[in-house]
Design a protein around this ligand. Structure first.
Ligand SMILES: *Cc1c(COP(=O)(O)O)cnc(C)c1O
Length: 221
């Protein structure tokens, strides 16, 4: 299957899932996760009309996207990986949305960098909805407090994201994330990947992050 065929299939499924839950499909953004795939794959997706992309490593993303972004002003790049505090500068430089703010120290570094660069990418709070010890993300219980702190330091938080535990029914996790967004007045809800994005849409996702179903399998390392 080609990237453009895959994109067409997914766009149709987004429409179907939106219809089923009486939502407008234009309220759902497909974030094409191009990590591990090269510039050619990214350009092929752009040619097929895709403008929003996700990457999880600063160095790989810089290499892949710096030129492409210079030549395509409508590209919107989301950071979805783990971010070390000392990479805040690069993240603010390259990305339009930083989906993984999950601790105070990182929030403070990002706020400082944004002021320095006078560039304010939107931030989402990453929530560890399954409270998995090995996983990034703030616990659901501590999320409201982190959001309040971000607002105090003028970090532009506009949404939340989660990665439910592998092998579990994701629906309770989607619901937890939806509720956090709702009670904090945040409009963006990033949840759902290749295997469960239709379900995520039915539970209120505004952004789905899809890699494998667009670009094919990644090498396992
Ligand atoms: C890799 C990745 C995705 C995409 O996963 P697929 O199963 O390939 O669709 C989504 N979100 C995050 C945070 C990822 O790291």
């Amino acid at each position: 299957m080609s990237i453009s065929t895959n994109l067409t299939t997914i766009r149709n499924e987004i429409k179907q899932a939106a219809e089923q839950s009486q939502r407008n499909h234009n309220d759902i953004t497909l974030v094409a996760v191009s990590k591990f795939h090269g510039k050619d794959a990214a350009l092929e997706a752009i040619k097929a009309g895709q403008t929003v992309f996700g990457e999880n490593k600063i160095q790989e993303a810089t290499h892949k996207w710096t030129d492409i972004k210079e030549n395509n002003s409508d590209i919107e790049l989301h950071f979805i990986g783990h971010l070390q505090t000392n990479k805040a500068k690069e993240a603010v430089q390259l990305f339009d949305v930083i989906e993984i703010v999950d601790r105070k120290k990182l929030a403070l570094s990002l706020a400082k960098e944004m002021e320095k660069q006078d560039k304010y990418p939107e931030c989402y709070i990453q929530v560890n909805t399954g409270s998995e010890p090995q996983k990034s993300g703030i616990s659901p219980e501590e999320t409201d407090e982190l959001i309040a702190l971000c607002q105090e330091i003028n970090l532009p938080v506009t949404g939340v994201m989660c990665i439910p535990p592998a092998g579990e029914n994701p629906e309770p996790h989607f619901d937890i994330l939806f509720q956090i967004a709702e009670r904090n007045g945040l409009k963006n809800i990033s949840m759902g990947m290749s295997s469960d994005y239709a379900t995520a849409i039915e539970h209120g996702a505004t952004h789905i992050r899809v890699g494998t179903a667009i670009f094919g399998k990644r090498p396992t390392i």
